[in-house]
Write a protein that binds this ligand. Sequence first.
Ligand SMILES: Cc1ncc(COP(=O)(O)O)c(C=O)c1O
Length: 362
Amino acid sequence: MVPMVDLKKQFSEIKEEVFNILTEILESAHYILGPKVSELETLIARYHGVSEAVGVASGTDALHLSIDALGIGEGDEVITTPFTFFATVEAILYTGAMPVFVDIEPDTLNIDVSKIEAKITDKTRAILPVHIFGHPADMEEIMKIANKHGLKVIEDCAQAFGAGIKGRKVGSFGDVGCFSFYPSKNLGAYGDGGMITLNDSSVADETRKLRNHGSKGAYRHEAVGFNSRLDEIQAGILLVKFRRIDEYNRKRREKAALYNKLLSNRVKCPVEKEDAYHVYHQYTIMSPMRDKIQKALKDRGISSVIYYSIPLHLQEAMKFMGHREGDFPVAEKASREVLSLPIYPELEESVIREISEIIIDV
Ligand SMILES: Cc1ncc(COP(=O)(O)O)c(C=O)c1O
């Protein structure tokens, strides 16, 4: 079976470096909040051109702790997209705040900035764009709206490590950037992990406190926090992969370019806006014949996944918001037509050609 992402192949290429760093960490007996986490935080802050980075236990926690540290909670509203992974809204709801959905753009599938202002109320405290599938949301416009209305901006960069606009990286535009190191992400650990990037040192200190039981150390607890630390072993693995992230992203872009060339007049291919640097966490096509295409691929041993078959406003768990079908038509259409194809740095050109031929045949 052709997988969506081939982590075995990637591991075989970095095995020696991974084993070396793991041995070093295991022998050091320093497993939580040690030098590898600090080193990774420093490198990731520098990579994004921000002054602070805080390692946490997952991308979900990066969002949750950030929203909390920004002082957003009960009675507040956070504007976001209905076309994302469920964790985006879970993180808002954990704090007691309410998500408010804005429909997406039909081309990038990111939040439609022209529809944001209509949703701002006196309870709105923040905008939470998601750089879906690795394509940056329109951060320049989002920052303009946020500044005009005095709102915070929390970037969900879980799928977009290394993506950018005019050379500036996502995770450096808003008040905070939230990253996931889930294994299949462009920069993935061998377990869960996450990172917050930001410039405000007092918010950074607040997230450091929240990740460690509300404590700055020495068993003094200033707040009720969480156990949400990135561990040394994951940080060590991430250090090995971080050295290669630009190359991994470049290779993803090459694979995407070949898919585009082969498929662009047959199905709707992902777009890359002018000035945007797309890192193709997913290569997602759209077609009304999506289900037929998926079946044909499966019959030939090729994986494909529907991210996301149900937009968040129609999820069972979100019924309490009272939304109905038709509320966000662009997101709903995307859910009916999207199909993500295998994409990863090690994917062979011949496989891309085979996949494309199957799709064209359908
Ligand atoms: C857009 C988005 N937000 C948040 C998350 C949550 O990240 P994690 O799985 O590391 O908690 C993910 C991925 O899993 C994601 O894709």
